[in-house]
Design a protein around this ligand. Structure first.
Ligand SMILES: CC(C)(COP(=O)(O)OP(=O)(O)OC[C@H]1O[C@@H](n2cnc3c(N)ncnc32)[C@H](O)[C@@H]1OP(=O)(O)O)[C@@H](O)C(=O)NCCC(=O)NCCS
Length: 325
């Protein structure tokens, strides 16, 4: 059966939505960490339609039926960098279609534009969509960020000997000092994270922990100490599940984690995580989320070792400006 790939029109939005929903409902029935927000036509159709109205897209058809779509548009992110962006609901292929289909859609999408609209292509891929992930790798994309989550059902704290506590208001300066060191860690080799505007969200530079982090029940900080000095912290807050394109209103999200180097490898990080997960449980959530740069050796290995599973990969491909301009 021959596959035809052509330009996407607004009239393609309903079948594209249907294709996405079929995959997503299946995904969610297997893994409840995927939010219940992208399961209806009402939720997904406007997303696709709006993205297409300011971008461009392609669809793949077989025997007149849609078997895949992909759309992207120019936007800004990653600290204001201009990019061509395809969110996770802006591409899908039918179950059972060729494992190369996402790559073929991306190729056609690039060709339709002829000249690239930006030198950074970014796409989000559901972690269970292995063939889409592999197609993007084949086309030159690499993993940049992981949005992950874990179930916190019936949480039992580990047997850590390291004591944790909550900071007092007078100690917030110390927490903010550690947070600046976290920012420095993320700015340096090998992560080289571009400093992000506040709106972009994650671990944004100069995060200030004010007294609301102590007084409000929707957020919290846990710390380790040595004498009077705070040696590490982990913080979490209820907010929209990340990436925000998942449209899930509120879930506890780990905002920051940093241990002074001398406190690493002591069990302190797990004691802090126990504090966070205990609070997640007490406050009635079954899930906890976190995001991290794949190039952060300490962060990525810690979360993956502690049962946070990847839900969405943010992948990027940089075009050499000499070719693209
Ligand atoms: C992320 C971070 C908080 C994790 O803390 P950590 O102490 O490094 O992580 P772990 O508790 O897993 O310990 C690291 C090692 O010590 C070992 N260890 C843990 N507890 C131990 C204990 N009680 N006794 C001996 N060894 C222990 C771990 O098994 C691990 O060993 P491995 O690397 O050989 O597997 C810390 O590395 C950090 O602050 N990094 C910089 C900031 C950062 O990246 N933050 C995360 C942003 S996403």
């Amino acid at each position: 059966m021959s596959t035809v790939i052509r330009t996407m029109l607004q009239t393609d939005t309903p079948p594209a939505t249907e294709l996405f929903l079929e995959r997503y409902r299946q995904r969610r029935s297997r893994n409840p960490l995927y939010p219940p927000t992208l399961v209806s036509d009402d939720a997904v159709r406007p997303l696709i339609s709006e993205w297409l109205s300011t971008g461009h897209g392609v669809v793949a058809e077989q025997n007149g039926g849609m078997i895949g779509y992909l759309l992207g548009r120019e936007t800004t992110g990653l600290g204001g960098i201009k990019m061509s962006f395809t969110p996770e609901w802006a591409h899908a292929t039918k179950v059972g279609s060729s494992k190369d289909l996402t790559g073929d859609l991306y190729t056609k999408w690039c060709r339709i534009n002829d000249r690239p609209e930006s030198t950074l292509h970014m796409t989000m891929v559901f972690a269970d969509d292995v063939s889409a992930h592999d197609c993007f790798v084949q086309k030159g994309f690499g993993r940049h960020l992981i949005d992950g989550g874990r179930v916190v059902n019936g949480f039992e704290p580990g047997a850590s000997k390291v004591e944790i506590s909550r900071p007092a208001v007078a100690e917030l300066d110390q927490v903010n000092d550690l947070d600046s060191r976290l920012t420095a860690h993320l700015d340096q080799a090998p992560i080289y994270r571009p400093s992000s505007p506040e709106s972009f969200g994650r671990f944004s530079g100069g995060h200030t922990y004010d007294r609301s982090w102590i007084t409000e029940s929707t957020k919290g900080i846990w710390v380790t100490r040595e004498g009077d000095a705070i040696t590490g912290f982990m913080s979490a807050e209820y907010g929209p599940q990340r990436p925000r394109s998942l449209k899930h209103p509120l879930l506890p999200h780990i905002e920051g984690a940093f241990l002074a180097p001398s406190s690493r490898g002591t069990g302190a990080a797990n004691a802090l995580l126990d504090g966070v997960l205990g609070w997640v449980s007490e406050t009635g959530s079954r899930y906890c989320t976190v995001d991290f740069e794949t190039s952060n050796p300490e962060g990525s290995s810690f979360w993956l070792r502690n049962d946070f599973e990847p839900l969405v990969f943010t992948m990027t491909r940089r075009l050499d400006t000499r070719y693209a301009s």
